[in-house]
Design a protein. Structure first.
Lengths: 427, 426
């Protein structure tokens, strides 16, 4: 059984969510700050997240902060920037050893919650009320490097390139860090404005997972938000189902392996039951090692090492990708489309359906066994009507019928095909 | 059957080590209240074991990449594929081959017994034919090509090639498209029959299981093995590196580097040496270290910077690496810093911080069933043990770490490997 989540509203648009669990040796607190995803502000928000976790008033320098964290038994303070539908999610997290395992009598949980609040609410400002310039420049460089590094992993790169083109007219086409040009252009003043805007207008979901009572952590956040004039903004995320025709495009690069990425629209997002049908449809197609793509495209035809599908329930988009020989790009695309046609025509065996169900439910249930897994379980439902437990969602997946999977498959519309053609590597 | 309980008083955790009559060593680490169980069986056989003999017999040399090829093919048996059987229990199964071991694993939240039966069955039931072997060429060929396009993989192997003269750690785990073309069913059986002997293997299980459950399945499923003597041959490897520098042009946005210090490797390190090294490297190069700060402030590294102790039978190196716009300068700064610390001595406060951090990291890793089982397996194959490692971290002194610094990180014996865009100057 999963321990229940307790949800408390602590300020306008600010919720404190806690899960008590004594099985782990660590605890974790994440402040999720949710903002609209848009081209104008994506880069400054992302840069802000980096600057906030680099130093704070109490530890006004990167080395001092790192040493403090290491002293607290190698604790972590980190940030992440995600794109969830048309939203930009800034997560700032602390995690560390549970108090029971501390060698002295200090409370690591308390120290870490204070540190997290210090990072978010008490930045390391200079005399002019701006973020310290050296911190900003260092984080700007880190972020620019991270954006550039996405080019190094060709599978990620090809996927991002496909999505950017497929959704070029939508908010979702904006990259999670915005663009390198924008990151380079953010000024010190803009960054302070972005910070004030984030505290005032973002929707805030704080997640606590640990053994000790969360009351103390909750108090720290309640006090901090009480000092802020809140005006949370509404964010609407849409899932487009318009496909005018299939867009095919490509690039060439010096690579040994070519990449194929295909984007489909399902029009299915939001409603939990419909989402479960689409999720299962995607698992039957290419979500597991007993899926159609793995068994037929990889195992039977030996075309590739990986060929997989993923479904984004926020946008109702399904992506299929594979790495193949240049000469096999078209053949692989056709082989993938054939598997999808089969599904639409009801060619789904009991084995395929049952094994997909078992795999999905197994991954659900496994998420209860790590601190990060529990956090992701609930975080992934932040935008749903209510939180469902693992048992509830598992039952709902188990109840999906073959006909419902076929119906979900029939919704698939191919939107975009991207081919990154490898021209070989010069020795 | 010999059963030993291994306890950590500090953590209140314990697990069991079982010498099964079949020859297999079994470890079971129960985690109360968990939904899932994770099981992994491994053989002390990896990509470096390409020249060997059995019971003092004829010396056999096999193609590069064969251990990894065997890992792929073992999933198939005469009556179908193990993945299809796992699909009916819902377990999430996988396998991997490293330099020194090959492991098969699954995690599950239901029907543990059935999944463990599948694991033990297929690992003991090789089935290789000319046809099934041929089918895998295309799949593994694409896996090799995927790695050829991976700059972090290439930068490491380019370094290993210029660090090791003859030790097979310099060769890609999966081999090459050419070497795997030489693999036959007969050669696969030869490797299987040598290394997949239960006396050369271990099973580690962690999660919502008991030792009794695991042992009763093992009693039923394991076919007792006679103990044989396996000899692995490695050509003599000098202490000295091959070349101090290597670079490759690549399709990357920013250059990447690996700076590897070749260490003596006559024997594998014990838990004390491992703990000393972990703490030393954290003092030298983690974000708490002055060196890290200096490298950052000079824009020579970014947050991708990392370090590791890379160790196995006959090889040992300390590797620093990451992205850098100026890898040569970064490497110089690292070397100068090591020399400076060697001269001036290590700071006691840095030592305390690094030790606390190492303690926290290692305790935290006991949250997770997969890291528990994988760590127990690694310690088993190099003759160490999980909780003794934690104890060793607790008892390391500043003097130990200073002595260790005197033994490793010779700045005259390291190789810098760089991958960069053709237009980039480093």
């Amino acid at each position: 059984m999963m321990n229940a989540i307790k949800v408390e509203r602590i300020a306008d648009g600010v919720y404190f969510n806690s899960v008590r669990d004594s099985r782990f040796k660590t605890m974790r607190i994440t402040a999720n700050l949710i903002l609209p995803l848009c081209a104008e502000t994506a880069s400054e928000n992302a840069l802000l997240a980096g600057v906030l976790t680099r130093s704070c008033r109490a530890y006004p320098d990167f080395t001092a902060l790192s040493r403090r964290l290491a002293y607290l038994y190698g604790a972590d303070l980190s940030f992440a920037v995600h794109k969830i539908g048309d939203r930009q999610l800034i997560s700032i997290t602390v995690s560390g050893l549970d108090d029971r395992y501390a060698l002295g009598d200090e409370s690591v949980a308390r120290e870490l919650s204070l540190l997290l609040c210090c990072a978010i609410f008490e930045p390391n400002f200079n005399a002019d009320g701006l973020f310290v310039a050296s911190d900003v420049e260092q984080e700007r460089r880190q972020l620019l490097d991270t954006i550039e590094a996405e080019f190094n992993d060709k599978r990620l790169y090809a996927n991002a390139r496909m999505i950017s083109e497929m959704c070029s007219g939508e908010c979702y086409g904006v990259r999670r860090f915005g663009t390198a040009e924008q990151v380079a252009a953010v000024t010190a003043e803009q960054l302070v404005e972005a910070w004030k805007r984030m505290l005032k207008t973002s929707q805030v979901q704080i997640m606590y997972i640990g053994d000790s009572s969360p009351d103390r952590v909750k108090e720290v956040f309640s006090d901090a938000f009480a000092k802020i004039e809140r005006q949370p903004s509404e964010i609407v995320s849409t899932a487009s189902y318009d496909v005018a025709g299939v867009m095919e495009f490509g690039d060439e690069m010096e690579l040994s392996q070519s990449k194929l990425v295909m984007g489909f629209r399902t029009g299915i997002s939001g409603d939990a039951d419909e989402v479960n049908r689409a999720r299962l449809m995607c698992a039957v197609l290419g979500g597991t090692v007993s899926s159609k793509l793995f068994l037929n495209v990889r195992e039977k035809q030996s075309l590739c090492y990986y060929c997989a599908s993923r479904y984004d329930r926020q946008k109702g988009i399904m992506v299929v990708d594979s790495g193949v020989e240049n000469a096999n790009l078209e053949r692989t695309r056709d082989a993938i489309l054939k598997e999808i046609e089969d599904m639409k025509n009801g060619v789904i065996s009991d084995f395929e359906l049952e094994s997909a169900k078992l795999a999905v439910i197994n991954s659900f249930r496994s998420s209860n066994d790590t601190v990060g897994g529990i956090e992701s379980w609930y975080s992934s439902q932040l935008f749903d009507k209510n939180y469902l437990s693992i048992e509830q969602l598992s039952d709902s997946v188990d109840a999906v019928t073959k006909d419902e999977v076929v119906e979900a498959a029939k919704m698939l519309k191919l939107d975009t095909v991207y081919m990154l053609r490898g021209t070989g590597v010069s020795e | 059957m010999k059963i030993t309980e291994i306890k950590s008083d500090a953590l209140g955790d314990s697990y069991k080590r079982i010498e099964h009559p079949s020859g297999l060593t079994i470890y079971v680490y129960p985690k109360e209240g968990y939904n899932s169980a994770y099981a992994i069986i491994g053989t002390k056989y990896g990509s470096i074991n390409t020249c060997f003999s059995l019971d003092g017999g004829e010396k056999i040399t096999v193609p590069d990449g064969i251990a990894h090829y065997l890992e792929h093919k073992l999933f198939e048996s005469e009556d179908g594929d193990a993945f299809a059987r796992y699909a009916q229990t819902g377990a999430n199964a996988n396998a991997y081959t490293s330099f020194e071991k090959t492991c098969y694993l699954f995690s599950c939240t239901d029907r543990f017994e059935d999944s463990l039966e599948i694991l033990l069955d297929f690992v003991q039931s090789p089935y290789f034919t000319a046809e099934t072997v041929a089918k895998e060429q295309g799949i593994i060929g694409q896996e090799i090509k995927m790695y050829d396009d991976s700059p972090d993989w290439r930068v490491m192997f380019n370094m290993l090639e210029k660090m090791y003269h003859r030790h097979p750690v310099r060769i890609d785990i999966a081999g090459t498209v050419e070497s795997i073309a030489e693999i036959t069913a007969e050669k696969l059986y030869q490797c299987y029959n040598t290394f997949y002997n239960l006396n050369n293997m271990a099973l580690c299980v962690a999660g919502n299981v008991t030792a009794e459950q695991v042992v009763s399945i093992c009693d039923r499923m394991l076919k007792p093995c006679e103990k044989h003597e396996i000899t692995n041959y490695f050509e003599d490897e000098p202490y000295e590196i091959v070349e101090p520098y290597v670079e490759q042009d690549f399709s990357v946005a920013m250059p990447m580097f690996n700076l590897g210090f070749k260490e003596r490797a006559e024997r594998e390190l014990n838990v004390n040496e491992l703990a000393e090294t972990e703490i030393l490297l954290s003092m030298l190069a983690s974000p708490t270290a002055p060196l890290y700060r200096e490298l950052m402030d000079n824009n020579l590294i970014n947050s991708s910077f990392s370090y590791e102790l890379f160790e196995g039978p006959g090889y040992c190196a300390v590797i620093f690496g990451g992205e850098s716009r100026a890898p040569k300068q970064a490497a110089e700064m690292i070397k100068e810093y090591i020399e400076k610390v060697r001269k001036e001595g290590l700071d006691p406060e840095d030592f305390e911080i690094a030790k606390r951090s190492a303690y926290g990291d290692n305790v935290s890793s006991l949250n997770n069933v997969s890291s528990i089982a994988n760590n127990i397996m690694s310690y088993h194959f190099n003759g160490n043990e999980l909780f003794s490692y934690l104890d060793a971290i607790g008892s390391v002194t500043l003097e130990d770490v200073s002595r260790r610094l005197g033994e490793i990180l010779n700045v005259e014996n390291c190789t810098l490997s760089v991958v960069k865009n053709a237009e980039q100057e480093v």
